[in-house]
Design a protein around this ligand. Structure first.
Ligand SMILES: Nc1ncnc2c1ncn2[C@@H]1O[C@H](COP(=O)(O)OP(=O)(O)OP(=O)(O)O)[C@@H](O)[C@H]1O
Length: 250
């Protein structure tokens, strides 16, 4: 089966500094792939290129086989910060992408509201973002992203601002959602434990652009554990082996 998202030979530089060199990757339908790399290795730069927000020096981005290199708008992109608009209700924040697509307001609200329960947001429609917990804000931001109905969602460190317990809950919730909705996700984290807990496959980006070494994919590690068994998986010997393999590539 053709991958949903594919990058071939992406090379990106900022103001003459090589950040990515010949990066290729693919994400299959319904997969949750984690990208790990040290701080400054170019993870966000790669996401920008995948989302079409920058034009690479070389290489192509394919979405369901179609060349979308440098074309924003076809890949859903959820940033570290939730970017909810403080003066709008949670319902209107989540309905925003539908409004931007030209869906009438009442219909956009109904469609967004219909997904509130699935995203653990039931009852919060009329609240404002600053009345929500950190986890709820991230779920609202993800609901807004998912309402775009794009074939793949890029998530850049989505849980990094949350406390440890909320982060754990959010991971379990995300795994449920990916299973239930058949979401295809590429998620950046610099937390190897998070990648082991979430991913079907882990890609390791390695390099030090600031020191003159552009990053490339050092390797990938398959995580062979059904999502339903993930809660206990992180404590097993198999999970430790995955973690060791990833750390060896970093
Ligand atoms: N818009 C930009 N203009 C110039 N340089 C940039 C720009 N964005 C990123 N860089 C540089 O590119 C390199 C990679 O940065 P990037 O943010 O992609 O790394 P990262 O792996 O996402 O880091 P972190 O984990 O700390 O968020 C860094 O040296 C950074 O300073």
């Amino acid at each position: 089966m053709a991958p949903v998202l594919e990058a071939r030979g992406l090379t990106v530089s900022w103001e003459g500094m090589g950040v990515l060199d010949d990066v290729s990757l693919s994400v299959g339908a319904g997969q949750l792939v984690c990208l790990v790399g040290r701080s400054g290795s170019g993870k966000s730069t790669l996401f920008h290129a995948l989302a079409g927000l920058s034009v690479p020096d070389a290489g192509t981005v394919l979405l369901e086989g179609e060349d979308v290199t440098g074309h924003p708008g076809s890949v859903a992109y959820m940033l570290q910060k939730d970017l909810l608009l403080p003066e709008r209700t949670v319902l209107d924040n989540t309905a925003l992408p539908l409004l931007l697509k030209g869906v009438p307001k009442a219909e956009a609200r109904t469609r967004a509201s219909g997904r509130f329960a699935r995203f653990g947001l039931e009852g919060s429609q009329g609240l404002y973002p600053d009345q929500l917990s950190g986890g709820m804000r991230q779920r609202a931001a993800l609901l807004r992203t998912c309402l775009m109905d794009d074939p793949v969602v890029l998530m850049d460190e989505p849980f990094s601002a949350l406390d440890a317990l909320t982060r754990q809950d959010m991971r379990a919730w995300l795994l449920d959602l990916v299973d239930a909705v058949g979401l295809t996700v590429l998620l950046v984290t610099h937390d190897v434990d998070e990648a082991v807990a979430l991913a079907d496959r882990i890609l390791v980006l390695r390099g030090d652009p600031a020191a003159g070494v552009p990053s490339s994919v050092a390797g990938e590690v398959d995580v062979d554990c059904p999502r339903a068994d993930r809660a206990g998986f992180v404590l097993t010997e198999a999970a430790l082996e995955v973690k060791r393999a990833v750390l060896a590539l970093l």
